[in-house]
Design a protein around this ligand. Structure first.
Ligand code: PMP
Length: 284
């Protein structure tokens, strides 16, 4: 199937979309991205992703080539053109093409690219019933993980290490505490308290995290935003992760030890249900 993709103002068949070999996204990973999920043909938390995109761009002093209204229109047009009822929209903005030099160019025009990935069963993911296994690895990423850049090689290495160990993902540990998963935010539940690392430069400020914590508090659940250790995680009653593509996903095993009963926990299941329900209603 040939998808329709978006490149710098044009909708094109994917095999005709092109960008320069001098693009700084390609040469320096000088670019940022967002992934927004689509359920029932509608965008989940589009406003949250648009806001974080602007923040990432601002942190890197990169121009935004589109307004939020234009961005919404592009997302909607791609959903329509590709007939996506359930799946993801990937968006990338780079500083653009310029002769290779470490310093930011003065005159580059940003590159903007969007494409869809249809994924049936995103909401009905069977893993929500069985849970995922994670391993721990050292967090060896750069120090500005709050900026959603396209430099994803260390997370890729982490996923490969997890795969080699027969697990689904890796949680990263720095200074003795968990930062986050390779592509998700990490949580444990002890008693009736949900614990997840506080925001800062060390983790990505997950859009799903923000929504899930808000919903948890609205549902009178106790939330603590603080670091936790792997020992604490292994002794927790439950663990889970959040991301735009997995929503709320239970973790049932950490470094080979079962978490709690070794089956998906009630808090994760409840939060997943509330999140999907509310977000479907608010989708645009
Ligand atoms: N942390 C990292 C490192 C990620 O890559 C992601 C997903 N892109 C997340 C957390 C989750 O963020 P979101 O809920 O906005 O998808």
């Amino acid at each position: 199937m040939t998808r329709t993709v978006y490149v710098n103002g044009e909708y094109l068949p994917e095999d005709q979309a092109m960008i320069s070999i001098f693009d700084r996204g390609f040469l320096f990973a000088d670019g940022v991205y967002e992934v927004t999920s689509v359920l029932d043909g509608k965008l989940i938390d589009f406003a949250g992703h648009a806001k974080r995109l602007q923040r990432s761009l601002d942190e890197l002093e990169m121009a935004n080539p589109v307004t939020e209204e234009e961005l919404l229109e592009i997302h909607r047009e791609l959903v329509r053109a590709n007939n996506v009822t359930e799946g993801l929209i990937y968006l990338q903005v780079t500083r653009g093409a310029a002769d290779r030099d470490f310093a930011y160019p003065d005159d580059a025009t940003p590159t903007i690219v969007l494409f869809t990935q249809a994924k049936a069963g995103l909401a009905d993911n069977p893993m929500a019933k069985t849970g995922m296994k994670v391993i721990s690895i050292a967090d060896e990423r750069w120090g500005r993980r709050d900026i959603k850049t396209v430099q994803l090689l260390y997370p890729s290495m982490g996923k490969m290490a997890a795969k080699a160990a027969g697990a689904h993902d890796a949680w990263m540990v720095e200074d003795g505490v968990v930062t986050e998963g390779t592509s998700n935010n990490a949580y444990i539940v002890k008693g009736n308290t949900i614990i997840t690392r506080h925001l800062g430069h060390e983790i990505l400020h997950g859009i799903t995290r923000a929504a899930v914590l808000r919903m948890a508090r609205e549902a009178q659940m106790k939330v603590e935003e603080r670091p936790f250790t792997m020992e604490e995680a292994k002794a927790a009653d439950e663990a889970f992760v959040t991301s735009a593509s997995t929503f709320v996903m239970p973790v049932v095993e950490i470094d080979g030890s079962p978490v709690g009963s070794g089956t998906p926990g009630k808090v994760a299941a409840r939060l997943r249900e509330i999140y999907l329900d509310e977000m479907r209603k608010a989708a645009v």
